[in-house]
Ligand binder design. Structure first.
Ligand code: SAH
Length: 252
């Protein structure tokens, strides 16, 4: 196995890159790929930057140039349903491109000429990540996130959800828009800007993939408040410990 790990923002991934052993870096297409070993797993870490095209080219190069056999996307997302809170963790069962609409030629959300609107995450990876996320909340959360940040972001009892993640080239920060998307996409748990593009690339190249996101905001008018503080003070620690536990479980 060679695991490709993608995040959109630098703050989401720097702990993982620091933890890599025998790391070497190469630059391609304006992105830095760090290859090495993470808790015994052969891995390549890279920042995609933001958006579907950025996610797609990064996933493609990971497979075609860096030879990864599995792709894991870790990052943050807006809540896709009112039952989901900031600090919760979501794992994609399926991913959809919410801004894809070639109707009336094709049904809304369907990627033309694939016959698909939903791209599935790999079941085994999702199960292993689900376990890792639970272990993180049970054993690491209180030590990893300091009490001040837990109070600031009201992280009381974070939960893990699985469901549909919707991606589009839009930062969602409008109550009406997220409500309408939730109504149009049953099972929606989160909105973000890269996952479904990575999932389409992985589907087309036959590579198992998983997307796991920490909820950073409610995709409403308050979404941008403290966004970057949340990413570095909270989400980066989630990603670090969940990926650590995931890699350690693979090595057993
Ligand atoms: N303010 C940030 C911009 C981040 S864009 C900056 O200045 O850098 C948001 C990133 O987090 C994207 O990579 C996306 O995948 C994810 N994300 C988090 N909340 C989101 C939301 N409400 N809508 C869309 N994407 C969101």
């Amino acid at each position: 196995m060679r695991l490709g790990i993608i995040s959109a923002l630098q703050e989401e991934q720097h702990g993982l890159v620091d933890a890599m052993q025998t790391a070497t870096t190469t630059t391609h297409g304006g992105r830095v790929y760090t290859q090495g070993t993470l808790w015994g797993i052969d891995a390549v870490c890279v920042l995609s930057r933001i958006g579907k095209v950025a996610g797609a080219i990064t996933a493609t190069l990971l497979v075609e140039k860096y030879g990864v056999t599995h792709i894991l996307f870790t990052g943050v997302a807006g809540a896709g349903d009112r039952s989901i809170a900031v600090g919760d963790i979501v794992i994609a069962d399926a991913l959809v491109q919410h801004d894809m609409d070639a109707s009336p030629l094709f049904p809304r959300f369907e990627v033309p000429l694939t016959g698909l609107s939903h791209f599935h995450g790999d079941h085994a990876m999702a199960l292993q990540l689900h376990d890792a996320a639970h272990q993180f909340l049970e054993h690491d959360f209180l030590d990893a996130i300091d009490a001040g940040q837990r109070a600031t972001f009201r992280l009381l009892q974070p939960r893990v959800h699985r469901g549909l993640i919707a991606s589009g080239d839009q930062f969602m920060c409008d109550r009406g828009a997220i409500g309408a998307l939730n109504a149009a996409l049953p099972g929606l748990v989160a909105v973000e800007m890269e996952g479904a593009a990575v999932a389409q690339v992985c589907y087309e190249l036959g590579i198992p993939c998983a997307v796991i996101r920490t909820i950073s905001d409610n995709a409403n008018e308050d979404a941008a408040t403290d966004f970057l503080t949340f990413v570095s003070a909270v989400a980066a620690h989630y990603a670090f410990h969940i990926v650590r536990r995931y890699c350690q479980s693979l090595g057993k």
